[in-house]
Design a protein around this ligand. Sequence first.
Ligand SMILES: Nc1ncnc2c1ncn2[C@@H]1O[C@H](COP(=O)(O)OP(=O)(O)OP(=O)(O)O)[C@@H](O)[C@H]1O
Length: 507
Amino acid sequence: MDTSRHDNKPARPKVAARINEETRVEETELNPPGPAPLCQSLQHGLLELFEQQFVGALLVDREARVQWITARYAALLGLDDPAGALNRPVEDILPHSRMREVVQSGEPIVLDFMNYKQHHFVVSRFPLQDGDGQVVGAFGILLSERWQPLKPLVDKLSQLQETLDRVRRDNAGSRRARYGFDDIIGAGAACRDMQRLGQRAAALDTTVLLLGETGTGKELLANAIHAASPRRQKPFVGLNVAAVPETLLEAEFFGAVAGAYTGAERKGRDGKFKLADGGTLFLDEIGDMSLPMQAKLLRVLQEQEIEPLGSNRLLHIDVRVIAATSRDLRALVDAGLFRADLFYRLNVLPIRLPPLRERSEDLPALVDSLLAQIADRTGLPQRKPGAAALALLAAYPWPGNIRELRNVLEQAVMLSDGVALDAPVLQRILPVAATVDPPPLAGGGTLAQRLAETERRVISETLALAGGNKTEAARALGISRATLYEKLADPRLFPAQTGPSLAGLVR
Ligand SMILES: Nc1ncnc2c1ncn2[C@@H]1O[C@H](COP(=O)(O)OP(=O)(O)OP(=O)(O)O)[C@@H](O)[C@H]1O
């Protein structure tokens, strides 16, 4: 039936449900009299254009009632009679739609995920205004039926969020520690031991050595130790040794006087030791330091004096060092790659942080706490994992530990609506098919996708076998450590960041 509003216009055959004589009556009632009634801005074939260009498109009035929907969208939603959607509240046909929010706030939602039964749609929503700037409705576009093409973007968002959190943390409270022992979740024996030793370290003013795989909470524990120590009113400063090029490390540690360098460093600047004066310096990935730098660090630890680059003056500093590494320092000493005297100097009070796979008893509490943090930050309702989702999480080896768990949960929250956190959503996110019932291998995927899947699985398994130790894993795989880092940072291989995070680079 052609129900075009303009008798002299050609029919628009592809638009299954459009504003017809009946809805025109409604529309006149819904819109204030004025020069721009709802839909006038979409005249002259625009609707057909949307029909052709997008997987789906939809228009609602200011009461969020459907006024127009493309035939393809209606078919995707399984509507037998698309015209039957007209004038119904949008949630009747799309329970998780946020079109009402757009109409009410007048703000667009430029990119979002929306669930519909088993589908994950990528959608955009825009408010429509009349000539007086009044919101008269909203326009929604279904950009893609699949969210996977946007996965690199989702991964990047997670990483950037972590970077932002860390930068905020570093800037907040003039370098004060932001986390305490209360923020360390886990009541299992391994976690209790770690916290008991941490409390002891806080009371003593000695050097502390934190040993654990990436993402096990070394920086969190270092924060907590500082916050519970007599130095708590003084700065807490972090530095990831592995993230700073060797040539810049000395200036990063000890600072440089004006004129010591040309170019950007001409003005001179304070090093991390100076910035941490009176407080705590957290040195992450200490095992990655060159032998000459190790000698310089040892001298500072012994003398509590630094010499900024380009100066011949020694500055006295009072800094407690908390060092951390994911590498086996003793093995590095045996291999002649780490100075024995520095090792003994650092190893006064070693604390081992267990990998997540060794503390499965803490997993439900960790998941709960991380989901609460995500809900707090995003303003979305807190998700609750079902038994199947928890079983799936427990089956995965977590080479990236709690950081990886947090990234996976963040992605799952973005991709699910409602309160339940479903196993199928997690299953799609987890890098290795950590299924309770493994899915059949047969199926789709291009050669490139299937090769990537195999590569991802081999790397994950090797890392898990190597206890998260990247040097050992790289050796077992016959690739350099740098290549392994590159692969771990490749979002096509590892959708949830399991390698060194961007955050590490800004520390
Ligand atoms: N026990 C825990 N309870 C709650 N959150 C935790 C816990 N351990 C770690 N996390 C969270 O996991 C993430 C990674 O922790 P953190 O940066 O401290 O790990 P790390 O061992 O220092 O990692 P890397 O060696 O890669 O720098 C952070 O968001 C941290 O808040």
